[in-house]
Design a binder for this molecule. Structure first.
Ligand code: GLY
Length: 372
């Protein structure tokens, strides 16, 4: 890999690459694995977060990342890694998924989740469930144990009962902070964006040593959602997509915009078409002399980052915000977000393991695109 070139690109686009030591320790023929996670994106200001709260988020992200990485490092599948990473975040009250989910207008916690296997593009999703402890597990059961892709509400819960999926009483999901956010929203006639400040949706994407990709996403949606509103997280193609031919994506953000852009599938489709075309120039040689000398792997990483940034720029143009995580078949774990921060982490078989929160944490692997 061309270090000088990538170092320059890293400065421009916050792209990061393995160090020389990491590459030396990574024989070319060694099976690779890779994982990225997110715990939401939004208005995140280091000056407004106490050291204790920051440490709590970093620890929760690390726990999720470690759980997924452990599965992959021991030869487990990308699907198992995605579930293993998401479950601790669903169980943590810090994130807007499972326990700690936001409240609907009526004061309920209604949960959404989806999961997709890049091997065969089998997918499962649920929306509006209120008693499923880990909605990501129910989404996967829909994928594997039903003829369907997407189940809602009461029907989804009836299906869960036939599968022995663990339940919890509605009170389990409720937290005081989320209840206060709903009350403030109503009292001050605020929008969900005013009270949430971040979209605490959680997600994971993974590449396993067999070369298979998977993606999953879980959320409580947006504070004060009503009239059966559904965001992007359970919508295959919007919040979640995985296809071994291109990439695996999980999104977090203002769901309506992610649905309109079809963010997750749009990124995968663009990458699938560009990989079919080989090394498309896309006009980059004008800006990056020498681009034609890059290795296929350099190109794949750059193409994936630019593609994710371009799709997130479309979200921004329409007025939406948020972010995505993606993993490519080559094992590049990347981020793109147009908010000031995104709870995120990534790890791979080269030894990289990092978590980050704020946009300025570029050394931790973020691609922040606030100006797009
Ligand atoms: N991205 C989560 C939602 O909009 O519901």
């Amino acid at each position: 890999m061309k270090k000088a070139m990538l170092a320059a690109l890293a400065a421009l686009f916050a792209l990061t690459a393995p160090s020389a030591a990491e590459e030396a320790a990574m024989p070319a023929d060694q099976p690779k694995w890779s994982i990225a996670i997110h715990g939401g994106a939004g208005t995140l200001d280091p000056d407004r977060m106490t050291p204790e709260r920051r440490a709590a988020y970093e620890a929760a992200l690390q726990e999720a990342l470690d759980a997924g990485a452990k599965v992959l490092a021991s030869g487990g599948s990308a699907m198992e890694a995605v579930k293993a990473a998401i479950i601790p975040m669903e169980n943590s009250p810090l994130f807007n998924a499972g326990k700690g989910a936001v409240f609907t207008w009526e004061g309920r916690n209604e949960l959404d989740a989806s999961i997709m296997d890049g091997r065969d593009r089998s997918a499962g999703a649920v929306t509006g469930v209120t008693t499923i402890k880990n909605p990501i597990l129910l989404a996967d059961a829909v994928r594997t144990e039903s003829e369907h892709v997407f189940l809602m509400g009461e029907g989804a819960e009836q299906f869960a009962a036939t599968q022995g999926i663990e339940t919890a009483p509605p009170e389990y999901f409720a937290t005081e902070a989320r209840r206060e956010a709903l009350e403030r929203m109503k009292a001050e006639a605020l929008s969900a964006l005013d009270v949430d400040t971040k979209f605490g949706t959680v997600g994971a994407v993974a590449l396993d040593m067999e070369g298979n990709l998977a993606a999953g996403t879980s959320t409580g949606g947006m504070t004060g959602k009503r009239w059966g509103r559904i965001g992007d997280a359970p919508v295959i193609g919007a919040g979640t997509y995985a296809d071994n031919r291109s990439c695996a994506v999980s999104a977090t953000g203002w769901g309506e915009y992610f649905i309109r852009v079809g963010v997750a599938q749009e990124i995968c489709t663009r990458l699938r078409i560009s990989s079919v075309e080989g090394k498309p120039d896309r006009g980059w040689s004008v800006h990056y002399p020498g681009v034609e000398n890059w290795t296929t792997d350099d190109y794949a990483e750059f193409d994936a980052q630019m593609t994710a940034d371009a799709v997130m720029a479309e979200v921004k143009q329409l007025g939406g915000d948020g972010g995505v995580i993606l993993v490519t078949p080559e094992g590049h774990a990347l981020f793109s977000f147009n908010t000031t921060g995104m709870y995120r982490g990534r790890a791979d078989s080269s030894g990289m393991r990092e978590v980050a929160i704020f946009g300025g944490d570029v050394e931790a692997g973020a691609s922040n695109t606030p100006d797009h």
